[in-house]
Design a protein around this ligand. Structure first.
Ligand SMILES: Nc1ncnc2c1ncn2[C@@H]1O[C@H](COP(=O)(O)OP(=O)(O)OP(=O)(O)O)[C@@H](O)[C@H]1O
Length: 683
């Protein structure tokens, strides 16, 4: 800051530099003098968050208190981009925002929803005051980041992550000292700040205490938006809603968690959990670290207990104890995929989608959702372990469309990083040395009018993710070295065996792209979880036999061996095993000797198979969601199994080879039986 005199002197030398709006009772000059005293380290009666923000403005952003800055409104094109990136949240948050606005409109409050960069992406205000509001920056597109606007409620809330009231001359910039603003943060399901809800008034009473109700209202609204966001995004997991009072448990719970099939916390309402942190025994800043942890770290609860907490169960039984020994009311909502008896019977599913499953409930849910999504242009993200049939499903969705056009599949992990850009986007003639003289059409353009299938999207380099996002946002593609963009329209399906939400959390995948890709997620179950395993086996055997020009059946012992394997390679592994078996089989029957040794207990291979049942680099549980979850990892279920010991095969035979039945009788998880069988085979 180049300055010949003090900021207060410079401010005083300007014509009437009081705030441009509102009824500031403080002159610009005395405000600047106060900021100078704080900069010198003098004691101040201001609230700590205000003082901290002032010091950031002075020391970190080097803002000059004497230079009043009018509110900044971002250009139209940038606003469009900000709004597009936040569109899901705007949609999800709308009804909570409208509810809040109805409460405060009579007091002439306006309501802003800003994104994590402080840009106002949604706005509700009285149109009669449009001009005043726009000038004061209380408008769509205004940027309230602290580094640009100085101390303000949205900016301070983004930096601190806490609800905050910035009242009149708490503002740093003299342009804003007439306003009063109350803001609360909205965190996404993984605990990252994603938006801020703010209500502001042009004119307000002098006392800051007058804004206590406003602060309470924005905090409550942010909590409701987090809850709606969690409910909308986590359809495949359990949702556990928590409340201190039974009356509001089902209608307006205080906090919620999502819990995956293995009993781990996969998402949460951050603000709500923080509000309950004392009861939950959480230390400050600990909530975010809960993602991926077993829910039993927080509550005396296993995933198997969730059904007893569902709506309709006696309320006396819907109580959980926290690790701090407090009692909370809890209500569980089952994953959408586990619902049976959906309105549309599977027989109505178009043929390409019908043949993907044979009655497995999780698969049926995928088929029905895929049928509804197929004719619409909603981006679909398919998640599932390797070989579960992600590309198969993508093709079936494509084939179920009335006019499907071309199906262009791109494996983002298989194309070398140096080529992927020109492969996807194409290039203009002479774009680089060695380029084809007439240029090249990229795969995105090739998919125009059809389906673009981006396989292994989780492996796409970060730089290209930004370019892809632009294509999706603008509906245009610009080939490498070209000056003009070409409009493209395609149906996007992407797939990954990585849990993309975890990649986002690890900073390896762009959050904005993730939200764009997964408007709808279809999660394919791993083969070992499928209840239609026998029917899938028969279907694939029939196909393998037809390839050999004949018909085949499975011997009971061979079927038993197939059932006992845990299929880390899923349908691909099963299809390959059956193709080989069909080639080896004699007399129209596949017997155990036609199957690979590892399935029938040849020494040495059990350990290798056991090794494969770990977690991948993202921490994705390759065994996928387990139906009875954490019991498998605990010790409670082990004694009866040890008792079964080496007689396990006999026990299995007594259950007709049905692993699920044996697991039920022994009170353990199916995967435990599979693991034990492998160990027996290796002994
Ligand atoms: N529904 C199905 N019916 C019959 N065979 C299937 C089905 N789904 C998958 N397969 C078999 O499994 C193989 C792998 O399927 P696909 O390539 O779709 O899996 P993927 O999940 O995309 O695998 P990756 O993660 O390795 O890309 C297919 O080539 C096919 O042999």
């Amino acid at each position: 800051m180049v300055s010949a005199n003090t900021p207060a002197e410079r401010s005083a030398s300007k014509p009437a530099a009081a705030s441009t709006v509102g009824s500031a009772s403080v002159s610009a000059k005395s405000h600047v003098l106060e900021l100078e005293r704080v900069a010198r380290g003098d004691a101040s009666l201001r609230d700590a968050p205000v003082l901290q923000s002032w010091l950031r403005c002075l020391n970190d952003y080097r803002l000059d208190p004497a230079q009043a800055q009018q509110a900044y409104i971002v250009p139209e094109t940038q606003l469009k981009e900000h709004r597009q990136q936040a569109q899901d949240l705007i949609r999800i948050g709308r009804s909570a925002l409208e509810g809040l606005f109805r409460h405060v409109m009579d007091q002439h409050y306006v309501l802003l929803l800003s994104d994590a960069r402080g840009v106002t992406v949604d706005f509700l205000g009285d149109p009669t005051f449009d001009n005043h509001l726009r000038r004061a920056g209380l408008y769509l597109g205004s940027e309230w980041s602290e580094s640009r606007a100085g101390t303000c409620a949205v900016g301070a809330c983004i930096v601190s992550g806490d609800p905050v009231v910035i009242h009149q001359d708490d503002h740093f910039d003299t342009s804003h000292i007439g306003l009063t603003c109350s803001a609360a943060p909205v965190f996404d399901t993984l605990g990252d700040l994603t938006a801020v809800v703010d209500i502001s008034q042009l004119r307000s009473p002098t006392a800051k205490a007058s804004q206590q109700l406003a602060q309470h209202l924005v905090t409550e609204t942010a909590r409701r938006i987090e809850l709606a966001n969690l409910m909308a995004r986590t359809r495949q997991d359990w949702i556990l809603r928590l409340s201190r009072s039974p009356e509001f448990l089902d209608v307006d719970p205080e906090a919620a968690l999502s819990i995956d099939g293995a009993g781990r916390i996969s998402g949460m309402t951050h603000g709500g959990l923080r509000a309950l942190s004392r009861l939950l025994g959480l230390r400050a800043g600990e909530t975010r670290a809960l993602i991926g942890q077993p829910v039993s770290r927080l509550l005396e609860l296993e995933v198997d207990d969730l059904p007893r907490l569902m709506r309709g169960q006696p309320s006396g039984e819907r109580i959980v104890r926290t690790r701090a020994s407090a009692a909370l009311f809890a209500s569980a909502v089952a994953p959408v995929a586990s619902f049976r008896g959906t309105a549309v019977p599977v027989s109505r599913v178009p043929r390409p989608l019908r043949e993907l499953g044979f009655g497995d409930p999780a698969m049926e849910a995928v088929q029905l959702r895929a049928m509804k999504l197929a004719p619409r242009d909603i981006p679909i993200l398919i998640q599932g372990e390797t070989g579960t049939g992600k590309e198969y499903l993508a093709r079936a969705i494509h084939d179920s469309r009335p006019q499907p056009g071309r199906f262009v599949a791109v494996n983002c992990a298989a194309i070398p990083e140096s080529l992927i850009e020109s492969e996807l986007f194409g290039y203009a003639p002479g774009a680089f040395t060695g380029a084809a003289p007439r240029g090249k059409t990229g795969l995105i353009e090739a998919a125009d009018g059809g389906t673009l299938f981006l396989d292994e999207i989780g492996d796409m380099p970060l730089g290209l993710q930004a370019r892809l996002l632009r294509v999706l946002a603008e509906g245009e593609v610009t080939p490498v070295g070209a000056h003009r963009a070409k409009p493209v329209h395609f149906r996007l399906i992407s797939a990954s065996h990585h849990r993309l939400d975890r990649r986002v959390a690890a900073g390896r995948f762009r959050q904005d792209l993730y939200y764009r890709l997964n408007a709808a997620t279809l999660a394919l179950p791993p083969l070992r979880e499928r209840q239609d395993f026998d029917a899938v086996t028969d279907h694939l055997l029939r196909r393998a036999a037809e390839e050999q020009g004949g018909a085949l059946r499975l011997s009971p012992a061979a079927r038993l061996a197939l059932r006992a394997h845990d299929w880390p390679g899923n349908l691909r592994e099963l299809a390959n095993v059956l193709r080989v078996a069909a080639a080896l089989a004699d007399g129209g029957e596949v017997r155990p000797e036609d199957l690979p040794d590892m399935l029938t207990g040849a020494p040495g291979l059990g350990a290798a198979a056991a090794d494969r049942s770990g977690t991948d680099r993202d921490g994705m549980d390759r065994s996928g969601p387990r139906r009875s979850g954490t019991r498998d990892n605990g010790t409670a279920a082990l004694p009866p199994l040890r008792k079964a010991g080496a007689d396990l095969r006999a026990d299995l035979a007594a259950c007709g080879g049905n692993v699920s039945e044996l697991a039920r009788r022994l009170g353990v998880d199916r995967t435990t039986i599979h693991r034990r069988l492998r160990r027996l085979a290796a002994d």
